[in-house]
Design a protein around this ligand. Structure first.
Ligand code: UTP
Length: 297
């Protein structure tokens, strides 16, 4: 039996420059899709996958994130007094158990690899998940749960892989595949942001990973090496020839890039339409909008 994955790292120390000026005072991860902040979607996904310890790599200006996971006794009492029990239940869902959540600072935004390395002592010597909260995934079975189940079969390192059109490959790390086993692929290389004609496959890496502690050792060496951004992908690629190997999982679900404005807006529409309490009014509005735009053309 493989060791269970019970720890997840949430690197949230980036500058979020694409959402300035909003991110001047609020962390990107607190921005909301309908009525839930991005971070809540990430936490829900991690819980569904059996994660018990939540490690946040934060930076200056992210204290709103820490507050978000605190208990809110005044709000709870007010909701209880007003008999708003459903809302109270939803609010309590955002509370984290004492000791289940840890925060560590990345003092300088030196890259995703560096952010994960900052959490090394909290991770220890066991496999761990990494979730980038700005990749939001709508799926019947949450993406990380699909990965944890696949990991029980394969072990090693695993990245979530999504099929993209060749012209979109340059925005991602793309997998070079040595064996295609259906939903799982064995990886023999990873090419960062290739041109369409150089992309080794149509499988792009998105922000979900299950990694072995060996990746931390590699990050350790990179940390003491040259300056510049320390890439997580480079450290994972270092495991390709090793005994654990690297796998990609074609997860089932739709991923939204909420780190970009267009992706965030698309997610807002999709999540709005999926809500029973909003669907009718919202879709009527969208239909009206589309018809009036067509009429104006
Ligand atoms: P992004 O590439 O989206 O960068 O990081 P960003 O700073 O969040 O946003 P932009 O590009 O300036 O708009 C991907 C993920 O890696 C984390 C980010 O917080 C985000 O979750 N990250 C990135 C760190 O934690 N530390 C870093 O040094 C870089």
């Amino acid at each position: 039996m493989r060791r269970k994955v019970t720890k997840a790292v949430f690197p949230v120390a980036g500058l979020g420059t694409r959402f300035l000026p909003a991110t001047k005072s609020i962390p990107k991860e607190i921005m909301t899709l309908v009525d839930r902040p991005l971070i809540q979607y990430a936490i829900d996904e991690a819980r569904a996958a059996g994660i018990k310890e939540f490690i946040f790599v934060t930076s200056r200006g992210k204290s709103a994130l820490e507050d978000y996971f605190d208990h809110a006794p005044e709000l709870e009492t007010a909701l209880l007094n007003k008999g708003k029990l459903e809302m109270l239940e939803e609010l309590r869902d955002t509370n984290m158990d004492s000791g289940a959540i840890a925060y560590i600072r990345q003092h300088k935004a030196l890259g995703l690899g560096h952010a994960v390395w900052c959490a090394r002592r909290l991770i220890g010597n066991e496999p761990f998940a990494v979730i980038l909260p700005d990749d939001v995934i709508a799926a019947e079975k949450p993406c990380l749960q699909q990965m944890v189940e696949a990991y029980q079969e394969t072990g090693g390192n695993m990245v979530a892989a999504m099929e993209v059109l060749p012209e979109k490959a340059s925005a991602y790390g793309v997998l070079d595949v040595s064996e295609d086993m259906g939903s799982l692929v064995r990886v023999k290389g990873m090419v960062e942001k290739p041109k369409a004609e150089d992309a080794p496959s149509n499988l792009a890496v998105i922000g979900r990973y299950i990694l072995t502690p060996k990746v931390l050792n590699t990050l350790n060496k990179m940390k003491s090496g040259a300056g510049g951004e320390i890439q997580l992908t480079d450290a994972i690629a270092g495991e390709i020839g090793g005994e654990d190997g690297v796998f990609g999982l074609r997860f089932r679900g739709q991923r939204f890039d909420c780190g970009s404005k267009a992706g965030f807006l698309q997610a807002t529409v999709a999540f709005g339409l999926s809500r029973p309490d909003l669907r009718d009014e919202f879709s009527a509005y969208l239909n009206e909008l589309v018809s009036s735009q067509k009429a104006a053309q």
